[in-house]
Design a protein around this ligand. Structure first.
Ligand code: GP9
Ligand code: MN
Length: 749
C-alpha cells in the first residue's frame, strides 16, 4: 500500500493520475451539490459520474508530453488549475443564473457584471471551498516557501524551491506514455459520447438544453462544443451583406397576402390566449377508441359557431420540435435546417416577434407559461430577445413527483396554477400556455385517466390517446375557468398542435385505427399525418371549419390580421390563412411540400384526393408539372432565405417602420412575479388586470378541476411557490401580500 502511494506521488504518471482523481472527485461533488442537472435514470447517473474522467485525462495528461520532470508538474498543474477555474466559475455563475457559462456570456461579461449588482459579493458559498481547497493548500505552501526563501536569502543562504514531497523520477517518460494516456482519454470520452447518444439521440445536433450537454458530457466538452458552435455562427454572420437583406425583403414583399376584409380586426383589442398543444395531431379530432371520443371537448368546440378551425394545417418543424413550432408562431420565420434555432441562435439573434410587435403597436402585456425547466430549448434567452415581459417557468409552479410530467407538470395542474398569473396580467395581454402531459412516452396514471386502451401492439400509440384525452379534459376545465373569471369575453383563444406525437415508425400500428392498411402505408401517408389542429375561439368570431392548406408559418400573419394589425412591414414567410390570396403551398422543413391537390415527397408528386389518393401522380398536364416545379422552387427559396435570415442574423440590419429593436437583457424573468404585482399595484385604480376588475378578488381560487392533486390541497391555486416569492423578497420587494402567500405555501420547489 505504502509503496503504491509512493509510486503515485513519485512518478510523473502517478502525479498526473493524482490530479486527475482530484479533478474527478471535485467535479462529481459539484454536479450533485452545485448544479441541478436532473438525472432521470440510472444510466444518466452513471454518465454523470464517469463523464469528468475523459476530459480530465486528455487535458491534464498534456503534462506528460514534457521531457523534464519539473515541466511535467508545472504543465499538469496549469491544466488542473484551468479545469478547476472552469468548474468554479460555472458553479458561481449557475447560482445566480441557473445556466452555464457560454462563449457569448464571456464576451458580454461587462453586462453580466452589471446585472449581478449587489448580489455579486454574496455569490461565494461555503461549499465553494471544497472546489478550491486543494488550490488553497498549494498556495499556502507556496507562500510559506517564498517566505522561507526570503528569510534564507536575508541570511545569505541558498534558495530552495517547493517540491511538495514530490521527488519525481528524473528518468524521461517511456516513449509512448503521453500518447497512450491521450488515447485512453479520447477513448473514455468517445464511450461517454456513444452511451449519451443512445440515451438521448441527437444530443449534439439538437442541444435541447445546455444542462443536457453538461449532464451527459461534462464541462470541458460543453465549453468546446459551445466554442465551436459560436465560431460557426460568427463566421456565417460576418459574411452577411446588404444584398442578403434586399433579397429577403423583395421575396417577402412579393409573397405578402393582404388581409381578408371579413376578418381583419375581428379580434381587435382582445386578449390573446395561446394554448400550445404538445405533440397533438389533427387525427385525434373526431377519433374514437372503443366508441369513446378522444377529444369530446375539442370536437364540440369546433362545432361552436364562434370557432374558426383549420383541418389542413401541417406542422413544419425540424430538429427543434417544440421550439421550432414556437419560433414560427412568434416570428413568422422557419426554424433552421440543422438544429434548434432557439438553442443555436436564440441567445444572440435579433427578433421581430409577436410579443414585441403587440406591445409596441397595440400596448399588449406578454407572458409565457411553461411548467418545466426554464432553460430547456434555451427558452429564457430566446423569450427575452423576442420581447416577452414575463416568463413563468417551472419555478413558478408547485412540483412534487406525482405532479410532474417529463417536461413540466400535469396539464390540469398547469392550467389551474396558471390562473393566478393570468388574472394579474394587465389587459390586453398576449399569453401562451405550453402543455406537456401529451408528450412521449405518454405516461398517465389510472387515477388521471380511465380512457380505454387502444389495443394496438404499440404501447406508445395506445397511451397517446389517453394523454390526448386528458389534455382535452384539461382544456375543458380551463375554458370553464375563463368563463367564470370574466376573461373569456375579452379574449381570443388560439390552440395549435406543435408537431407529431406518433413518429413515422409507429404509424403502421396506428393505421388500422384510422381505417387504413398497414401493408399499403407509405411515405405519402406519413406526410398526411403531419396535420395539426389550429383552432380560434372568441365570442362573436365568425366561425367555420376551413379546409385551406397552410402551416405553422402562416399562424402569425393570420393572428396579427385578426387583431387588426398590419404585417406588410415585417419579415414573415407565411401568409394570412384567411386572405383570398393566401398561398396554399405548405413546406416541410426537409423540402417536401403539400398543396391542396398534390403531396410532393423527395421530388415525386402524389395525388391527394379521390380514388387515386396516395398514388404517384403520372400523366400530369404540362401546366401542372410546371406549376409543381414552381411550387418546389418557392419552397426551396423560402426555406433558404429563412435560414439566411436566421444564420446571418439579418434582422439586425432591418428595422420595420414603427418597430423598436428589443433589448432582451433588460428583462429579468427571475422577477416576473415581483414585476407583475408591482405593475398592478402601481396602476391601482387604472389597473386593467382581471383581478383588479374583480375588486381584488382571487377568482383563481375558484378554479374547478377533477385533478386528484387539487382535491385536498387547493392552496396552490392562490399561493406562490416559496422559491419565486423568496426571490422577490430578496430583491427587497415590499409586497406584503405576496410574501404572506409565500410563507403559507404548502408546496416547495
Ligand atoms: C420541453 C417540451 C418538449 O419543454 O416543450 O419539447 P419537445 O421534445 O416536444 O420538442
Ligand atoms: Mn413538442
Amino acid at each position: 500500500m505504502k509503496a503504491k502511494l509512493h509510486q503515485l506521488t513519485h512518478t510523473r504518471l502517478g502525479f498526473i493520475i493524482l490530479l486527475i482523481l482530484l479533478m474527478w472527485i471535485k467535479t462529481v461533488f459539484a454536479y450533485f451539490v452545485d448544479f441541478s442537472l436532473g438525472p432521470e435514470d440510472p444510466l444518466q447517473y452513471i454518465l454523470m459520474i464517469i463523464n469528468p474522467l475523459g476530459a480530465s485525462v486528455i487535458v491534464i495528461s498534456v503534462g506528460l508530453y514534457f521531457k523534464r520532470a519539473r515541466n511535467v508538474v508545472i504543465a499538469g498543474f496549469i491544466a488542473y488549475l484551468a479545469l478547476s477555474a472552469l468548474l468554479l466559475a460555472n458553479a458561481l455563475y449557475y447560482r445566480e443564473f441557473t445556466d452555464f457559462i457560454t462563449i457569448n456570456t464571456v464576451l458580454a461579461l461587462p453586462k453580466v457584471m452589471q446585472g449581478l449588482g449587489a448580489s455579486g459579493s454574496s455569490m461565494m458559498a461555503f461549499k465553494d471551498l471544497v472546489l478550491i481547497l486543494d488550490i488553497i493548500i498549494v498556495a499556502v505552501v507556496l507562500i510559506a516557501y517564498a517566505a522561507l526563501n526570503i528569510w534564507r536569502y536575508i541570511q545569505h543562504e541558498q534558495l530552495i524551491w517547493p517540491t511538495f514531497g514530490i521527488h519525481l523520477d528524473d528518468k524521461p517518460a517511456q516513449y509512448h506514455l503521453p500518447q497512450a494516456t491521450t488515447v485512453v482519454g479520447i477513448a473514455l470520452f468517445m464511450v461517454t459520447l456513444a452511451v449519451s447518444e443512445l440515451n438521448r439521440p441527437q444530443l449534439l445536433s439538437r442541444t435541447f438544453d445546455r444542462s443536457y450537454i453538461v449532464k451527459y458530457l461534462g464541462f470541458a466538452p460543453f465549453t468546446i462544443y459551445d466554442g465551436i458552435k459560436t465560431a460557426q455562427t460568427n463566421t456565417v454572420r460576418s459574411s452577411a451583406d446588404s444584398a442578403d437583406t434586399d433579397k429577403v425583403i423583395k421575396f417577402v414583399r412579393k409573397n405578402y397576402a393582404q388581409p381578408s376584409s371579413d376578418y381583419f380586426g375581428a379580434a381587435k383589442g382582445k386578449n390573446v390566449i395561446i394554448i400550445h398543444l404538445e405533440s397533438f395531431q389533427e387525427f385525434l379530432i373526431g377519433q374514437k377508441i372503443n366508441g369513446r371520443e378522444v377529444t369530446p371537448f375539442l370536437n364540440s368546440l369546433i362545432k361552436d359557431k364562434n370557432t374558426l378551425s383549420f383541418s389542413n394545417m401541417f406542422n413544419q418543424v425540424g430538429l427543434g420540435k417544440t421550439s421550432d413550432a414556437e419560433n414560427m408562431l412568434e416570428s413568422g420565420t422557419f426554424g433552421i435546417n440543422n438544429g434548434s434555432l432557439f438553442s443555436t441562435l436564440g441567445s444572440t439573434n435579433t427578433f421581430q416577434s409577436a410579443p414585441a410587435i403587440l406591445d409596441q403597436t397595440a400596448g399588449y402585456t406578454s407572458a409565457v407559461m411553461h411548467g418545466g425547466k426554464g432553460s430547456f430549448w434555451n427558452r429564457s434567452d430566446t423569450y427575452q430577445n423576442m420581447g416577452y415581459q414575463y416568463y413563468f417557468d417551472g419555478d413558478y409552479y408547485a412540483h412534487s413527483t406525482d405532479m410532474d410530467t417529463q417536461y413540466g407538470i400535469k396539464d390540469k395542474l398547469m392550467f389551474a396554477e396558471s390562473a393566478k398569473y393570468l388574472e394579474h396580467l394587465q389587459q390586453p395581454f398576449y399569453a401562451k400556455i405550453i402543455t406537456t402531459s401529451n408528450h412521449d412516452p405518454y405516461t398517465i396514471s389510472a387515477e388521471d385517466s380511465d380512457f380505454p386502451d387502444a389495443g394496438t401492439d404499440d404501447k406508445t400509440v395506445n397511451s397517446y390517446f389517453k394523454t390526448a384525452n386528458y389534455l382535452d379534459s384539461a382544456l375543458k376545465e380551463f375554458f370553464t375557468y375563463l368563463k367564470e373569471s370574466g376573461l373569456y369575453k375579452n379574449s381570443l383563444i388560439m390552440m395549435y398542435g406543435d408537431h407529431y406525437g406518433i413518429g413515422n415508425s409507429r404509424n403502421k400500428d396506428l393505421a388500422p385505427l384510422l381505417g387504413k392498411s398497414a401493408e399499403t402505408w407509405s411515405d405519402f401517408d406519413n406526410v398526411q399525418m403531419q396535420r395539426i389542429p389550429l383552432i380560434f375561439n372568441m365570442p362573436g368570431l365568425k366561425g367555420g371549419q376551413k379546409t385551406t392548406y397552410g402551416g405553422e408559418i402562416d399562424i402569425l400573419p393570420t393572428l396579427l390580421h385578426l387583431l387588426g394589425l398590419n404585417t406588410k412591414q415585417y419579415v414573415q414567410f407565411g401568409t394570412d390563412l384567411l386572405s383570398p390570396s393566401h398561398k396554399q403551398v405548405v413546406a416541410q422543413r426537409n423540402g417536401n411540400f403539400i398543396t391542396p391537390n398534390y403531396t410532393v415527397v423527395n421530388g415525386t408528386p402524389y395525388v391527394n384526393n379521390g380514388a387515386e389518393s396516395g398514388r404517384e401522380a403520372t400523366n400530369l398536364t404540362p401546366a401542372t408539372t410546371k406549376r409543381l416545379k414552381a411550387d418546389q422552387e418557392h419552397v426551396n427559396t423560402e426555406l433558404r432565405l429563412s435560414d439566411t435570415v436566421a444564420n446571418k442574423n439579418l434582422l439586425r440590419f432591418y428595422t420595420p417602420a414603427g418597430f423598436t429593436p428589443v433589448n432582451g437583457t433588460d428583462t429579468d424573468f427571475n422577477t416576473s412575479l415581483q414585476r407583475l404585482l408591482t405593475v398592478e399595484r402601481n396602476a391601482s385604480a387604472s389597473s386593467t388586470s382581471e383581478y383588479s376588475k374583480n375588486n381584488n378578488e382571487d377568482v383563481a381560487g375558484k378554479y374547478k378541476s377533477d385533478a386528484p392533486e387539487l382535491k385536498n390541497n387547493r392552496s396552490v391555486l392562490t399561493e406562490y411557490p416559496a422559491k419565486v416569492a423568496k426571490q422577490a423578497v430578496n430583491k427587497g420587494n415590499p409586497l406584503e401580500q405576496m410574501i404572506r402567500r409565500a410563507k403559507t405555501s404548502s408546496f416547495s420547489n
